[in-house]
Design a protein around this ligand. Structure first.
Ligand SMILES: [Zn+2]
Length: 435
């Protein structure tokens, strides 16, 4: 998904689900993510910016023949390949069934933890050879095509803030956010940066962030492969309460209502903001998550010029600057407009800032070319996107937040109050959202 009216290449967020088909909530969340982006494009400013400036690629069911068995109620984890022999349970049982664990089959450190000698019927049988399965080879080819020019990280050399791309593989159930490595307890060279984004994602869904091996050792997973061969910032999200806190939303096949329980929170409500955030930082996943978060952006006006206000959260670090771009991001040649701190100085971790937007009546300041948004939107006809970001004391710029700039009357300057709030993107308080 992307706005094809805006040429690329664009940073890519790749979401894959149901590699393990019995983990049925993963396909539901992936499908809803697609639907939510399509439904809110043109209305929600962040969603609009995500699809204007990024590519979002979703494989909602990566294991279709296995999923067919899960749809019949069988606890099928692997694919349905019966060609490697064995005398596996048929119909399938949770701990004994035909097939290859696709998330042990990827061609990176294959067989080092999940060894092919464990038995064909075992839940984590990795296949006879690396990438032996057509599903695995298709996913590897797809991901490689999405990240051209990406190369394997060199030990001791961080891949750097210019390396784009985020990959998330959805699973259930454990309430975890996991990053490479799974095959070794050694942290990767980019461990601190991977942890930084992992902890950000966990702030949204309330899950436990940790290196994958600390959950349990694995090898041949898609996230170890994608980071290990392409340097893509890669994560597993384990949706749903873990076995030690069993409730009726635990397990591989919880009731459908667990997606939306508790006034719209539930699995979808707690994970949707994390997935949006992953898309928003796909340009610089190793950099932007270290910068301030824009907690809210509002455009308030009853006359021209418009007034834009923003709340910035630097976490442990003071916010030292904030800026807005109108229509064009800095990497597209946009011109920064500095926000002013409401309390007179940028010096604390939480800052409110504002910008008097020099549009109507002051085109000489803004430059008319700034007002042409991506996709051919023009302020005379349609609202344009304002992009806001903050910088912390370490010099790191955080991810962009978008808001609509509009006078509500097609550029005619009519008096009107125009608010844009971003409730989906407000991070929850520290700690679990739902258990
Ligand atoms: Zn899984």
């Amino acid at each position: 998904m992307t706005n094809q009216g805006i040429p690329g290449p664009k940073p890519v967020f790749f979401l894959v689900a149901a590699i393990h088909p019995r983990e049925i909530v993963s396909a539901e969340i992936a499908t809803r993510f697609v639907a939510s982006l399509l439904a809110n494009y043109g209305a929600d400013p962040d969603v609009t910016w995500i699809l204007d400036a990024h590519e979002v690629v979703v494989v909602p069911i990566a294991n279709p023949d296995g999923h067919k068995l899960a749809e019949q109620g069988y606890m099928q984890r692997k694919n349905a390949n019966t060609s490697y022999g064995g005398d596996c349970a048929d119909p399938p049982e949770a701990g004994n069934h035909f097939g290859v664990d696709l998330n042990r089959n990827f061609a990176f450190q294959w067989g080092t933890v999940a060894k092919p000698t464990i038995g064909v019927c075992d839940q984590t049988f990795p296949g006879p050879t690396p990438a032996s399965e057509p599903e695995t080879r298709s996913l590897q080819a797809l991901v490689e095509s999405l990240y051209p020019g990406h190369t394997a990280p060199v030990v001791g050399e961080p891949v750097g803030e210019d390396t784009s791309g985020v990959l998330i593989s959805l699973h259930s159930y454990a309430e975890k956010v996991l990053w490479p490595w799974g095959y070794t307890s050694d942290p990767p060279t980019d461990g601190p940066a991977l942890q930084q984004l992992g902890e950000r994602l966990a702030q949204f869904n309330g899950y436990t962030p940790q290196q994958a091996v600390r959950f349990y050792p694995t090898s041949g997973t898609i996230e170890d492969w994608a980071y290990g061969t392409l340097g893509v910032a890669s994560y597993t999200i384990e949706i749903g309460p873990p076995p030690d806190r069993l409730n009726y939303c635990s397990g591989f096949m919880p009731p459908h209502e667990c997606l939306d329980i508790a006034n719209g929170v539930g699995f979808w409500g707690e994970n949707a903001p994390a997935l949006q955030y992953a898309a928003r930082v796909a340009r610089s996943p190793y950099g932007q998550p270290g910068g301030p978060q824009v907690r809210s952006v509002a455009v308030v006006s009853d006359t021209w010029p418009l007034l834009l206000t923003a709340t910035l959260d630097g976490g442990q670090q003071p916010v030292l600057a904030a800026e807005a771009y109108i229509g064009k991001a800095p990497w597209d040649g946009g011109t920064p407009l500095a926000l002013e701190p409401l309390d007179g100085a940028f010096d604390s971790p939480l800052e409110q800032a504002q910008l008097v937007v020099p549009w109507h009546g002051a085109p000489a300041t803004a430059g008319t070319d700034q007002w042409v948004a991506g996709g051919g939107r023009e302020p005379q006809n349609e609202p344009v996107l304002a992009l806001v970001r903050g910088q912390n004391a370490a010099g790191t710029w955080g991810p962009m937040h978008a808001a609509w700039l509009s006078d509500g009357a097609g550029g005619g300057g009519d008096d009107q109050v125009f608010w844009t709030w971003l409730p989906l993107m407000l991070a929850p308080e520290e700690g679990p959202v739902y258990r």
